[in-house]
Design a protein around this ligand. Structure first.
Ligand SMILES: Nc1ncnc2c1ncn2[C@@H]1O[C@H](COP(=O)(O)OP(=O)(O)O)[C@@H](O)[C@H]1O
Ligand SMILES: [Mg+2]
Length: 556
C-alpha cells in the first residue's frame, strides 16, 4: 500500500505546526509545513501536495482583520483542496470559506475549529482525501516489458536531455497522477506507449476492479498547462457536439505542480482494429474509393456539426488569413528567421536536390525541373516577410485544428474517429481540409522522385475551380500519384461544399501555410549539415508554386 498522501500545514504558530504535523504523521500522512503564505506558495509550486490545512490569521494573531489565510487559499493552486483550521469562531468567515463563487468553487472544502481537537481535524482530512483527492493507495501497477515511469517521462519533450533530478521528480509526479486518475481500480497494467507529435505522452493501460477487467483506456499526460488546455478544448468543442465521432473523456483531469493527466476511452468498439489514417491510406488493399469515402465521412459526419457553426467572421475575427495561420501554426516573428534559414539550406545546401533551385534575388527563386526553368516567388518572403495583403477568411467555423494522419483513426468499417483536440477552436473554415491536402502530398506520397511530385503540383495548382478534375501526367505510372490526385480531388469537392464556392484562392492560401509548416520540418541534422527530406523539398516547391499562382491571380 502506498503512502496515504501529502498534507501541507500552514500556520504562523510553530507549536501548532509541530503538533498538527506530528498528529497527521502518526496517522499515516506525509506532512510539509509552512509558516507564511510565501513559503506555502513556493512549496506547492515545487512539490506534490494533496491537501492544504490553512490557519486564517497567518500574519498577526491579534489582528481581527487579518484573513491572510483566506487570501492564501484563494491564491494557492486551485487543484489543491483546502481545509481552514482556526481558533476563531466567526460565522462570516465560515461562510466566506465555504460558499461557492460564480464558478461553483469555494475557497475551502471544510472549516475546522481548533478547539474541537485533533480527531475532528483528522475526520475532515480523511473526508477530503476520500471525496476530493481520491488517491488510490491500493492500486497495484504492473508494466508490459520495456515500460517504466522513466520511459513515460522520456516521452515528454520538456524532459529530454534534462537533468536526472528533474526526471526523478517527474516520475514521482506521474505516479501520483496515475493513482489519482484511476481512483477506483485495484490494479493497472501499463500496456504500451504511443508517441504523438505534441509535447505530451500517451500510454494505453488496462485497469481491473477486483476480478473484473475494465476497458482499455488512454492516459494522456504532459505539461500541466498543455493538458489543461486540451481538457478545456474537449469540454468546449467536443462534448457538446455528440456527432463528432471521437474519443471520450473520462472523469476529471488531475494535476501536480508541473504535470497534468487526463483519461480517454480507447476509441472504437474493437480497439485492436483501429489504425492511423496514415497507415490506412498506405495499405495496398484499401481502394482509393474507400479512402475518399472515409474522408467524406470524416468531414461530413464527424466534423459536420462543427462546420454547421460556420459564419462570417465577426469584427474581431476580420483578420487576414496569413495572420490567422501565423497565430495558429504558429509562425511567430522568431520563426521567420528560422524559415529563411531553411530556404537557404534547401537552395544552397549540399544535397543533390538543391541543384534544382537557385536564388534569383531577395524574393525570387529559379527552379529547373523536367527540362524547364521557371521563376517563382520565394514563399517565405511572399507569405511572411512581404506583409502582403491576404484576404480575411470569408467564413470561420469550429475546426479540429491539427488534422494530421495520426489524429484521425480509422475503424474496420472505414469510419473515421478523431482524437487530440489541443488546437480545436474557431478558425478559417477550410483549415482542416487544406491541412489534409498537405498531409496527402508531403507525408503520404511515397516517392523520392521530385519530378513526379512536380507533376502532381502542376496538375493540382493551376485549376481556378475546386471542382476541376486533377489529372497527373507523368510517364512512369506511379500508383501513389493517382491515389493522391483522386484524394485531393475529393478534399477539394468537400472544400467546395464547406466554403460554398468553387473559387480556390482561400483554399490555396490555407494550403500555402501548411506547405510552409511542412517545409520547416523537424528533421534531425546530420552532422553539421541539415538534412532535408524529399517531402520538405516538395513542400518548398509546392509553396513557391502556390505563391506564383496567387500572385498571378492577384489575390493580394
Ligand atoms: N483515444 C485514443 N484511442 C486510441 N488511440 C489513441 C487515443 N488517443 C491517442 N491515441 C494514440 O496516441 C497517439 C498520440 O495521441 P495524441 O492525443 O495525438 O497526442 P499528441 O498530442 O502527442 O499528438 C495518437 O496518434 C494515437 O495513436
Ligand atoms: Mg496527435
Amino acid at each position: 500500500m502506498r503512502n496515504k498522501g501529502r498534507v501541507l500545514v500552514v500556520d504562523n504558530n510553530p507549536k501548532v505546526l509541530a503538533s498538527v504535523g506530528d498528529f497527521l504523521k502518526a496517522n499515516g500522512y506525509s506532512v510539509s509545513t509552512a509558516d507564511s503564505p510565501q513559503q506555502a506558495l513556493k512549496l506547492t509550486q515545487e512539490e506534490i501536495v494533496h491537501l492544504a490545512i490553512i490557519d486564517i490569521r497567518l500574519t498577526d494573531d491579534y489582528d481581527e482583520t487579518d484573513v491572510s489565510g483566506l487570501d492564501l487559499a484563494a491564491t494557492l493552486d486551485p487543484a489543491i483542496p483546502k481545509i481552514i483550521l482556526t481558533a476563531y469562531e466567526d460565522i462570516n468567515l465560515i461562510i466566506r470559506s465555504l460558499s461557492p463563487d460564480r464558478r461553483g468553487t469555494a475557497l475551502a472544502v471544510d472549516f475546522v475549529l481548533k478547539r474541537l481537537g485533533p480527531y475532528k481535524l483528522l475526520e475532515a482530512v480523511e473526508k477530503a482525501f476520500r471525496s476530493k483527492v481520491r488517491l488510490n493507495t491500493r492500486m497495484e501497477i504492473t508494466w508490459e516489458k520495456g515500460l517504466s515511469w522513466r520511459v513515460l517521462v522520456e516521452e515528454l519533450k520538456a524532459y529530454r536531455g534534462g537533468d536526472e533530478s528533474e526526471k526523478r521528480k517527474a516520475e514521482e509526479e506521474l505516479e501520483d497522477l496515475v493513482v489519482r486518475l484511476l481512483d477506483r481500480a485495484t490494479a493497472l497494467k501499463m500496456l504500451r506507449v504511443i508517441s504523438g507529435r505534441g509535447g505530451c505522452g500517451v500510454v494505453i493501460a488496462r485497469p481491473s476492479f477486483g476480478r473484473v477487467m475494465g476497458e482499455d483506456m488512454v492516459i494522456k499526460f504532459g505539461p500541466r498547462k498543455t493538458v489543461m488546455a486540451e481538457f478545456a478544448n474537449y469540454k468546449r468543442w467536443v462534448e457538446p457536439f455528440a456527432a463528432v465521432r471521437s474519443t471520450q473523456l473520462r472523469g476529471e483531469p488531475v494535476r501536480t505542480p508541473h504535470l497534468g493527466a487526463i483519461k480517454y476511452s480507447f476509441v472504437g468498439e474493437r480497439p485492436g482494429r483501429l489504425v492511423h489514417f496514415n497507415d490506412y491510406y498506405l495499405r495496398d488493399n484499401v481502394p482509393v474509393e474507400s479512402i475518399a469515402e472515409t474522408l467524406r465521412y470524416l468531414f461530413k459526419e464527424c466534423c459536420g456539426l462543427w462546420y454547421k457553426s460556420k459564419r462570417k467572421p465577426g469584427d474581431r475575427e476580420r483578420i487576414p488569413l496569413d495572420v490567422w495561420y501565423r497565430k495558429q501554426l504558429p509562425f511567430q516573428e522568431k520563426h521567420v528567421k528560422e524559415l529563411r534559414d531553411v530556404v537557404e539550406g534547401l537552395v544552397n545546401g549540399e544535397q543533390p536536390l538543391a541543384r534544382h533551385f537557385r536564388r534569383q534575388g531577395p524574393d525570387r527563386l529559379e527552379v529547373t525541373l523536367d527540362g524547364e526553368t521557371v521563376s517563382l516567388p520565394d514563399p517565405v518572403h511572399f507569405a511572411l516577410v512581404a506583409k502582403s495583403s491576404f484576404p480575411v477568411p470569408s467564413l470561420v467555423a469550429i475546426t479540429h485544428g491539427d488534422l494530421n494522419g495520426t489524429n484521425i483513426l480509422v475503424d474496420g468499417e472505414g469510419k473515421a474517429w478523431l482524437i487530440d483536440f489541443f488546437k480545436t477552436g474557431w478558425g478559417p473554415v477550410l483549415r482542416d481540409l487544406a491541412e489534409m491536402e498537405s498531409v496527402v502530398k508531403f507525408e503520404l506520397l511515397q516517392t523520392d522522385d521530385l519530378l513526379a511530385r512536380y507533376a502532381l503540383e502542376k496538375a493540382s495548382l493551376w485549376p481556378r475551380s475546386l471542382k476541376h478534375p486533377i489529372q497527373v501526367e507523368y510517364p512512369s505510372r506511379l500508383a501513389g500519384l493517382g491515389r493522391a490526385a483522386t484524394v485531393i480531388q475529393q478534399l477539394r469537392a468537400l472544400a467546395c461544399d464547406v466554403a460554398e464556392t468553387d473559387d480556390p484562392r482561400e483554399y490555396y492560401t490555407s494550403f500555402l501555410f501548411y506547405a510552409l509548416k511542412e517545409m520547416a520540418g523537424f528533421k534531425p541534422r546530420v552532422g553539421a549539415e541539415r538534412h532535408f527530406s524529399v517531402g520538405q523539398y516538395h513542400a518548398f516547391l509546392s509553396a513557391a508554386m502556390v505563391c506564383e499562382t496567387l500572385e498571378r491571380w492577384g489575390s493580394r
